[in-house]
Design a protein around this ligand. Structure first.
Ligand SMILES: *[C@@H]1O[C@H](CO)[C@@H](O)[C@H](O)[C@H]1NC(C)=O
Ligand SMILES: *[C@@H]1O[C@H](CO)[C@@H](O)[C@H](O)[C@H]1NC(C)=O
Ligand SMILES: *[C@@H]1O[C@H](CO)[C@@H](O)[C@H](O)[C@H]1NC(C)=O
Ligand SMILES: *[C@@H]1O[C@H](CO)[C@@H](O)[C@H](O)[C@H]1NC(C)=O
Ligand SMILES: *[C@@H]1O[C@H](CO)[C@@H](O)[C@H](O)[C@H]1NC(C)=O
Ligand SMILES: *[C@@H]1O[C@H](CO)[C@@H](O)[C@H](O)[C@H]1NC(C)=O
Ligand SMILES: *[C@@H]1O[C@H](CO)[C@@H](O)[C@H](O)[C@H]1NC(C)=O
Ligand SMILES: [Zn+2]
Length: 375
């Protein structure tokens, strides 16, 4: 079943109409807004705005770029509203060019006047993490601490007792996505954390109608059927009835063009499936379905963790099949002596492999995917 025919659970929710509040400021030529009301975005064009998700200690705003591709006038209400967001983790960078390149190509498509719907893009959701060259969001209070923003959605306003990190999430959720009113399908792009390698894979909570189709359109190397992570962007969408997946695009800090291109192709397949593309649009790239025959679908992870700190050498690669008990790597101490022989705890497929040898005790060095219940 095409996604365009999946019944929307959230449509018809009375939209609280807070109009786009333009602060009157512009930054690098683009207007700064406080709230995105899609009715105020011009049709048949791609628009750019900034929003301040929070202010850092000292009053420096964290400005996030927002891209909006609005289709034809009427399609704001009749077409689908898709969110493409990336890099909520500051070291996860492959989703950034996916969102940027899709919007660059959408410029020509929407200007035809026949684009059916609206796409909202947030290519860089965590500039604070970008500055610090790491995953989390740094807060200055007390002597400073880090928050994983992808565990605090939909966030908490300051009035309700929120912190800088939770109110930051609140601003994205409520003022960009309008508490789902602006969005009815969503993809949140991630990569692995720094120091590991892995393929293209999706987290998908099949319990919500539409999610399986969305994940299958991505044609990932691994499709992790997954109950989700409370407070993540993906799971917050799903909890609000909006079909969403997390798409993990290989390693951190390394623009892998192969995986970026596959992710872009997914977005064009998705736009087609949502009936958003005009009949005779000029495709910026092949969207031909490569099928699911290469997607390994499974429900469980099994992690190999180092029992002591040392230097690890892994002997397996992503997507390799391993048997329970198979040697997967070796942990050395600073003398070069072997302190642990690492083996696969289950039979399954290698998802992620540590490539940074520096290893702390308890740290995962390998993730396998498998079906715990399959015989
Ligand atoms: C626009 O999208 C809506 C929602 O998916 C769909 O019902 C409608 O048929 C589409 N219109 C066109 C012209 O494709
Ligand atoms: C967001 O919508 C939910 C219903 O889906 C509602 O319970 C909640 O209060 C809303 N949040 C805000 C901040 O309006
Ligand atoms: C990019 O990822 C593909 C698929 O995982 C891999 O074959 C290729 O070696 C990677 N390229 C770079 C430059 O890392
Ligand atoms: C699409 O292209 C075909 C063939 O060129 C043409 O017959 C048809 O009218 C076009 N449809 C639209 C909606 O422009
Ligand atoms: C794992 O189980 C799912 C059903 O939950 C099935 O679709 C998939 O093919 C199974 N994968 C493997 C590797 O056995
Ligand atoms: C495997 O995953 C399923 C579905 O998420 C879960 O219910 C089950 O507890 C997991 N089993 C193991 C051994 O982790
Ligand atoms: C690792 O495996 C080698 C070869 O089987 C063995 O000689 C060695 O004792 C093992 N080391 C540890 C720490 O288990
Ligand atoms: Zn991430």
């Amino acid at each position: 079943m095409k996604l365009s025919t999946v019944a929307l659970l959230v449509s018809g929710v009375a939209t609280v109409s807070a109009q786009t509040s333009f602060t009157g400021d512009t930054l690098q030529g683009y207007p700064v807004i406080e709230y995105l009301d899609l009715n105020d975005v011009p049709p048949n064009t791609v628009s750019r705005y900034w929003i301040s998700a929070a202010e850092a200690q000292g009053g420096l705003p964290y400005f996030l770029p927002i891209l909006v591709a609005r289709g034809s006038e009427g399609s704001l209400d009749t077409g689908r509203r898709l969110s493409l967001s990336a890099s909520i983790h500051g070291d996860e960078l492959n989703g950034i060019p996916v969102v940027q390149r899709v919007f660059a190509a959408l410029g020509n498509v929407v200007s035809s006047g026949n684009f059916n719907g609206t796409v909202i893009g947030l290519p860089t959701q965590n500039p604070n993490g970008n500055i610090l060259n790491q995953r989390n969001f740094f807060s200055s209070s007390n002597n400073g601490f880090f928050t994983n923003l992808n565990r605090v959605f939909p966030g908490t306003s300051i009035g309700e007792g929120g912190s800088i990190a939770t109110s930051y999430a609140y601003t994205i959720w409520n003022n960009v996505w309008a508490n789902t009113s602006n969005v009815d399908i969503a993809v949140d792009f991630h990569t692995l954390s720094t120091g590991s390698n892995g393929p293209l894979w999706a987290y998908a909570d099949y319990r919500l109608d539409g999610v399986q189709r969305l994940a299958e359109l991505a044609q990932p190397d691994v499709l992790k059927i997954d109950p989700g992570e409370p407070g993540s962007i993906e799971t917050t969408w799903v909890d609000h009835g909006v079909p969403a997946i997390t798409l993990e695009i290989g390693p951190a800090k390394n623009w892998n063009q192969t995986l970026i291109k596959r992710s872009e192709e997914f977005v064009w397949r998705l736009l087609e499936d949502l009936a958003m593309l005009p009949e005779n649009y000029t495709a910026p790239m092949e969207t031909v379905s490569i099928g699911l025959q290469n997607s390994y679908r499974a429900t469980n992870f099994s992690t190999v963790a180092a029992s002591r700190s040392g230097w690890v050498q892994m002997d397996v690669v992503p997507l390799q099949d391993v048997q329970e008990g198979q040697a997967v790597g070796t942990l050395y101490d600073s003398w070069g002596d072997v302190i642990e022989n690492l083996t696969a705890p289950v039979t399954g497929r290698v998802l992620t492999v540590k490539v940074d040898p520096a290893t702390e005790q308890g740290a995962g060095v390998l993730d396998l995917v498998y079906n715990a219940t399959s015989s």
